[in-house]
Each structure stands twice: as C-alpha cells, then as structure tokens.
Design a binder for this molecule. Structure first.
Ligand SMILES: [Zn+2]
Ligand SMILES: [Zn+2]
Length: 288
C-alpha cells in the first residue's frame, strides 16, 4: 500500500565519493549537515519542540538506508522527521527519497515551480558535459535528469515564506540553477542552507570534489541553465549576511571566510561562476 516508485534519478548509483562522505557535523544549534557521497543534506531541529526535526534534501541515489541510520543515531530508533523539504529535485538531492517515503510517511515540500519535476510532468534540462570545468562536468552525461513522481506525497511550500514544522526558518526563492530552487534561512543566528545557489567546492573538478578542497563557487555548471537568475540569487543570499552556511556541495562555512568569499562571488560572479563556454551560457552571458 502506498508504495512509491522511483526513476533513474533515484535508482542509478553514481560511483563517486568525497573524503567527507558519511560524515556529519552540527554547524549551528540544531542544524546538522551530513554528506552523502558528494552532496550534503541537513537534519534541522525545531529548537522549541523536543525531538521535532525536518530533513532538508535527500542525498544521492540509493542512500535511504544511510540517511535513516544516521537519523536514528542522532534522534533514536524509530525516529522520523516531521517533513522533508527539497531545495530542488536534481537527482543528487532526491536520491534517497523513494526509500525514505516507503519507510517514513511524511509530507514533502518544494517550491511550486519545482512541482512539475517531482510529479512526473517535466524533466530537467539535460546536463551539459561540454561546459567549461573539469572531469565531473565531462562525466555529467551520466547524471540522470528525469523527473520523479512523488504524486500525493508532495506539496507546494506556503507562499508566505514559512516552512511547515520549522517556525524559526524561512524559505527564499533562489532560482537560476533550477526554476523553483529555494534556500532556507534562520534570522536568529543567520544560518543559511543554500542548496546549490552557491557552493563551496569546484563541483566540476573531480580532484576538488574528492578532496573537498574549499573554494567559493557558483552553482554546479553542468546543471545550471539560467546564469542571469543564478547571479541575482547569489546577491540575494549575500544581502542576508549569513553567519553560517551549509551548501549543497562542499564543506560548511562560517564567519569571515563566508562573509568575504560570498561578497566576492556576488561581485565577480561573471568571473568565478559563469563558465566561459557551454550550452547554457551563450545567450544570457552578457545580460548582466
Ligand atoms: Zn542541483
Ligand atoms: Zn547538487
């Protein structure tokens, strides 16, 4: 009953991992970042109510068991989140979701513009292996772009910016990488979950991904179709002046490093983030 079926985006194991895979870290009160191979996901606790938490993003394909084990380690056997929030639904952020929903009967929330990609209506643009960057970009033709269908399990986020089950947090629309991409922000300590709006590793480069070499970067190039919007989203996030950030890829960052590098990225996005060539740059590169 109620069994949820996957697609290539949730079934296809991708054999690449970083040195931090399987590690978890509390980066701010109640904000726990866990690395699934080459992508981060978060357990976010509602600070005001005991044992109430939400999962943000769902890792690489085939990782549900690892997420459940990590959650049980942290919150106790049989724990389940109150909800799952997706920053967006690329394969590396929803990989475990089918396994999770078959164990946890909880609602999933996405931005309304992301709904077509999680209700089987629309595939993401194909990855661009020709984009400037490196070996991960070259191998991105392996990365699935097919929509999944979460059907009645998925709901649009409330339009007023609130997040179900997380009263201290707000979501912000940060499109560019995908149409309905969101980031999550907690004003009280200026903690940010940025998704792939910006990241802290050069995700196109295999060596950087494996070693998790720290470097401010725009969204993963092989999957980003709208660079004009992506730049605006980085400026929006920088204007929040976050103190701590968990990004979709790369190590969590905070303090001066975050402040300086995010300001630099917002200023020099055309130099740092936008690739010199690739199939999604030629038309909108000069519009800034
Ligand atoms: Zn992505
Ligand atoms: Zn990603």
């Amino acid at each position: 009953m109620d069994h949820v079926e996957g697609s290539a985006s949730t079934n296809k194991y991708i054999p690449v991992s970083s040195v931090t895979s399987g590690e978890g870290k509390e980066v701010a009160p109640g904000l726990y970042c866990y690395t699934s191979q080459i992508v981060n996901l978060c357990f976010v606790e509602d600070q005001k109510s005991k044992n109430s938490w939400v999962l943000v993003d769902a890792g690489m394909p085939d990782c549900a068991e690892k997420i459940i084990a990590e959650a049980e380690n942290r919150f106790g056997k049989g724990t389940q989140p109150k909800a799952i929030i997706l920053t967006h639904a690329h394969f590396d952020h929803i990989g475990g979701i089918i396994g999770l929903l078959n164990q946890w009967k909880v609602p999933v929330y996405v931005h309304s513009l992301e709904l077509p990609y999680v209700t089987g209506k629309k595939d993401y643009p194909k990855p661009d292996p020709s984009v400037e960057g490196g070996m991960v970009a070259r191998m991105s033709f392996l990365f699935p772009n097919e929509a999944i269908n979460l059907d009645k399990h998925v709901h649009p986020l409330p339009e007023d910016g609130t997040i179900p089950e997380l009263p201290e947090w707000r979501w912000l629309h940060t499109p560019g990488h995908t149409e309905g991409h969101i980031s999550l922000f907690r004003e009280t300590d200026r903690a940010l979950i940025a998704g792939d709006a910006f990241i802290t590793v050069k995700q196109e480069d295999l060596y950087s991904v494996i070693t998790q070499h720290l470097e401010i970067s725009g969204p993963p190039r092989y999957f980003t179709p709208d660079w004009t919007e992506a730049w605006k989203s980085v400026k929006k996030l920088q204007s929040l002046n976050p103190r701590t950030a968990v990004t979709g890829h790369g190590r969590p960052v905070s303090g001066e490093w975050l402040e300086e590098n995010l300001a630099k990225l917002a200023r020099e996005f055309d130099q740092i983030a936008i690739p010199d060539y690739g199939k999604y740059v030629d038309n909108n590169h000069l519009e800034q």
